[in-house]
Design a protein around this ligand. Structure first.
Ligand code: A2P
Ligand code: 11C
Length: 341
């Protein structure tokens, strides 16, 4: 059986990767509608060798669609996801709009594909920094997850194509001894801006009343929902670094029992789509440039805490636009198709 797809936000950084991932993973696509704002209507994109015209989205765009992949921001998702569902489509939404809704499954297929069975039309794709953490933690859950301390090193592409362009502009301006014209960090539409080139900013997204950023609270709340551990302790610090593609994370996990690095490595090697790169003798460890343009999650630097045998430290990396967004969304579509057949 073949399926009629739509991609909302097809012209964006994640939307384009949704198209290329559908191509690369050989999904049974009957046809595909490319949707965006009226700004890009008429633009042409290629899918499997065929040029397809981008259309301005409208509620009726979803009338003949089986599976709609959304990546056009939370406002567009709130506006169009219910319209798509009303017209019989299943929506896989990459925005944060529905992630914490009780009736919406929040899915990393390697971890909780079973949650798809309860869907009511909308399925949420988690935040990029959460997804790669989940792939790693899931492989160790039999040791009893107790407390996760995580610091992220997040690529600027997490803020969209604008931020990638802005960082490159800053580097050019720095070398020319000028001030950059594009100031978008740490948050695009805010008054306060700092240099991102040759800098590190301990802020991803806006601050909330509790002193944590929105990105940090996504790590806490989404992890608890996906792992089905509502009381899991998560202590996050989210940091933006001048990397274009690929988020990295330094993680310390305390378990309810002692765990050796060897035992952890063995479980991680068996985990689906998790690649262990961990050999200090040959300088083998994961880094963002290694993960770029791949769908896997990479883990290394696995070692025991010096004082506490219940605690392990490791480093996790994935392409934030692929496993962190487009690739995971397409995997959800594949899991739905597999469950329907
Ligand atoms: P457009 O290119 O027409 O503006 P990015 O995250 O790289 O900025 O991309 C965002 C994507 O979401 C783009 O494809 C953009 O379309 C689309 N988009 C943003 N807002 C809307 C909206 N209100 N309705 C439809 N598409 C939207
Ligand atoms: C970042 N994690 O790197 C963000 C981008 O909730 O889907 C993705 C935001 C989201 O800035």
């Amino acid at each position: 059986e073949r399926y009629r797809f739509a991609v909302l936000g097809a012209t964006g950084a994640v939307g384009r990767r949704m198209l290329s991932t559908l191509e690369r993973r050989n999904v049974p696509v009957e046809d595909i509608k490319l949707l965006a704002s009226p700004r890009s209507a008429g633009q042409r994109l290629t899918f499997r060798g065929q040029e397809i015209e981008v259309e301005a989205v409208a509620p009726d765009s979803f009338a003949d669609v089986d599976i709609a992949l959304f990546s056009a921001g939370a406002a567009a998702s709130e506006q169009y996801a219910p319209e798509a569902v009303k017209r019989g489509a299943i929506v896989i939404d990459n925005s944060s709009a529905y992630r914490m809704h009780a009736e919406v499954p929040l899915v990393v297929p390697e971890v909780n594909a079973h949650a798809l069975d309860a869907h009511k039309g909308i399925i949420a794709n988690p935040n990029c920094s959460t997804i790669q953490l989940m792939v790693a933690l899931h492989s160790l859950r039999e040791f009893g997850l107790e407390h996760v301390v995580i610091s992220t090193y997040q690529a600027v592409s997490g803020m969209g194509q604008t931020a990638v362009d802005a960082l490159l502009d800053e580097v050019d301006a720095f070398r020319a001894g000028e001030a950059s014209k594009q100031t978008v960090f740490p948050v695009v539409k805010q008054d306060t801006h700092y240099p991102m080139a040759f800098n590190v900013l301990p802020q991803c997204d806006i601050f909330l009343d509790n002193g944590y950023t929105k990105e940090e609270m996504k790590l806490v709340n989404e992890s608890r929902k996906i792992l089905e551990l509502p009381d899991l302790r998560v202590s996050p610090t989210a940091v933006r670094v001048p990397v274009l593609y690929g988020h990295a994370e330094s993680v310390a996990v305390r378990f309810t029992q002692p765990v050796t690095p060897e035992a952890a490595r063995e479980r991680m090697r068996k985990a689906e789509n998790l690649i262990v790169v961990d050999d200090p003798a040959t300088y083998a460890y994961p880094h963002p440039r290694m993960a770029e343009d791949t769908g896997e999650t990479y883990v290394g630097r696995i070692r025991q805490d010096l004082g506490d045998p219940h605690t392990l430290l490791f480093f996790v990396v994935a392409d934030n636009l692929l496993k962190g967004a487009a690739w995971n969304a397409v995997q959800i579509a594949e899991a739905l198709i597999a469950r329907a057949n």
